[in-house]
Design a protein around this ligand. Structure first.
Ligand SMILES: [Zn+2]
Length: 336
């Protein structure tokens, strides 16, 4: 197993191979500071992942009871999976963004609001019928809040906070609660799903605590640009391989996003259309198989293009119709 060490700090990466979502591996990291253990993320809730995690700990002469704290990069299930199992053994503090805590605590009012948010969104985007399986899943979640609730000693962390010499950078876009953790002394950055070596990261549409749609693609771009500014040697992502010198990769990701903007604008040149019609043309069969991710992407990109005055929308019979802006400003795409 690979161990990364610098100035009395050791990282034991837990790289768990998986077919989950075609992302290659699920990564989480044990940081050892002279016997004090910090865990960044907790993998997925599978028996094999749990066994593998225990094996990595044992190889270093450690066990679950030696872990002192957990920091979460975001609330997605492949990052918080083993939390319950760990907390059942030892009740340790969980550091996470307030928007992650809201979701992990399964706040009833928030989840009711979130259901209504997607219900209204899919109507406005003209895909209410196609969204029924997603809405049924959201209803199931609403009915299972009590079972899924994760009661823990949460400590909210935000931009500029510092946990055990790891500085918090808010890097939303993939999720509203995404954070990155920076070890300035060693130039290490733990980024969750912000930037991956071998695949692109989805910018996922989600409401904030007030039910306002966050501009996921705009935020993702800003978060990528923000990370490119940080002096980093090694980036520890939530999936796939560890990244050395993240800047070229980040610029490549932003270039890819620019090309996606252009492709969507080209489709809109042909004719004004709804977000779901665009999603069907852009993603074809994936529109059905990966409905919520595909709609998230298209809505995120349309929000971004609208913000940069490249796209306009008008409501006809309760549905948004998007068209290319008459006063288009192509340079805006390159801006950030
Ligand atoms: Zn994620």
């Amino acid at each position: 197993m690979q161990i990364i060490s610098s100035r009395e700090r050791h990282v034991y990466p837990v790289i768990f191979p998986t077919s989950y979502g075609a992302i290659g591996t699920i990564n989480f990291f044990i940081i050892n500071d002279g016997g004090s253990l910090t865990l960044i993320d907790t993998g997925i809730d599978h028996e094999e992942c749990w066994n593998y995690f225990n094996l990595v700990l044992a190889e270093q002469g450690c066990k679950v009871t030696d872990i002192d704290r957990i920091i979460l990069t975001h609330h997605h299930e492949d990052h918080v999976g083993l939390l319950k199992r760990i907390l059942a053994i030892k009740n340790i503090p969980i550091y996470a963004h307030p928007l992650a805590i809201l979701r992990l605590q399964m706040d009833v009012d928030f989840f009711r609001m979130r259901y209504q948010f997607f219900n209204d969104l899919y109507k406005e985007m003209d895909c209410f019928h196609d969204a029924q399986p997603r809405l049924e899943r959201l209803t199931r979640t609403l009915n299972e809040l009590d079972d899924k609730r994760l009661i823990a000693n949460y400590i909210p962390i935000q931009e500029g906070d510092n946990v055990n010499s790891l500085e918090v950078f808010e890097t939303p876009g993939h999720s509203p609660d995404s954070i990155s953790l920076y070890d300035q002394e060693r130039k290490w950055l733990f980024t969750g799903d912000l930037v991956l070596n071998e695949s692109s990261t989805n910018a996922i549409v989600d409401p904030d605590q007030n039910g306002v749609r966050l501009k996921s693609v705009t935020e993702q771009r800003k978060s990528l640009a923000k990370c490119a500014e940080i002096d980093v040697w090694l980036t520890f992502p939530g999936h796939q391989t560890i990244i050395e010198n993240h800047k070229p990769l980040i610029h490549q990701k932003i270039g890819f996003m620019n090309r996606k903007c252009e492709r969507i604008l080209t489709l809109l040149t042909e004719k004004p259309q709804t977000a779901s019609s665009l999603a069907k043309q852009y993603y074809r069969s994936k529109y059905r198989t990966e409905f919520s991710l595909v709609m998230s992407e298209i809505i995120g990109y349309l929000d971004y293009l609208e913000e940069h005055q490249l796209v306009e929308k008008k409501k006809v019979d309760g549905v948004w119709i998007y068209s290319q802006s008459l006063e288009k400003n192509e340079e805006a795409i390159q801006e950030d």
